[in-house]
Design a protein around this ligand. Sequence first.
Ligand code: 6PG
Length: 225
Amino acid sequence: MDVDLVVVPDATAAAVATAALLVDVAEADGSVVLAGGSTPRHAYELAAAAHSDWGGVEVWFGDDRCVPADDPRSNQLLVREALLERLVVGPLVHAVPTGLPPEEAAAAYDAALRDQQLDLVLLGLGSDGHTASLFPRSPALDVRDRLAVAAEPGLEPFVERVTLTIPALESGAHVVFLAVGEGKAAAVRRAFAEEPSPTTPASLVRSSSGTTTVILDTAAASLLG
Ligand code: 6PG
């Protein structure tokens, strides 16, 4: 396996382990790419409670849905509610400009990401093996000259998205996947214990010069053998 595996008893312990990594970044005034979806919410809440001064931090998004920033499907909203609004001193937040058409939003995010150092890249995993908004067999998987692109709605919610590309994600000094629950177990096996394949985009994302860690609860790890 080309990743460091951290298997903990349950989803709460996975959130605790993930929050600790986020706090490390906050204490070091580092830069972090945050994941959307529902899984990381608890980790964001714990990180905010543990360290309330994120004044030196830069926050990016691995992907966002092209919806208004107060739409319940927005990853920005998740991060605002679970993390940013709970801090005493907030970070510099680089939100995806989701008010623009997806191609324009992606071009703007691509330009903003140029020459940025990303210390921690936190990613989720879909049951179909997607990560960020890189979906199975998507043409976005082949993009090497952009750091962000517009992405097709690959799964619920079926809205257009902007996603970081593999070159952007793999530039992270520490890439961390967080997945919990038995519904993720088959995707976990394909992403981390089988040959890399465009049918499982997460299998294609590893830190190119640093480390890749996978945080799982025992249910998500149950098919790893
Ligand atoms: C998104 C994501 C996506 C997510 C996975 C897992 O915006 O949809 O960033 O890649 O991490 O779909 O989502 P859950 O945590 O909800 O299972």
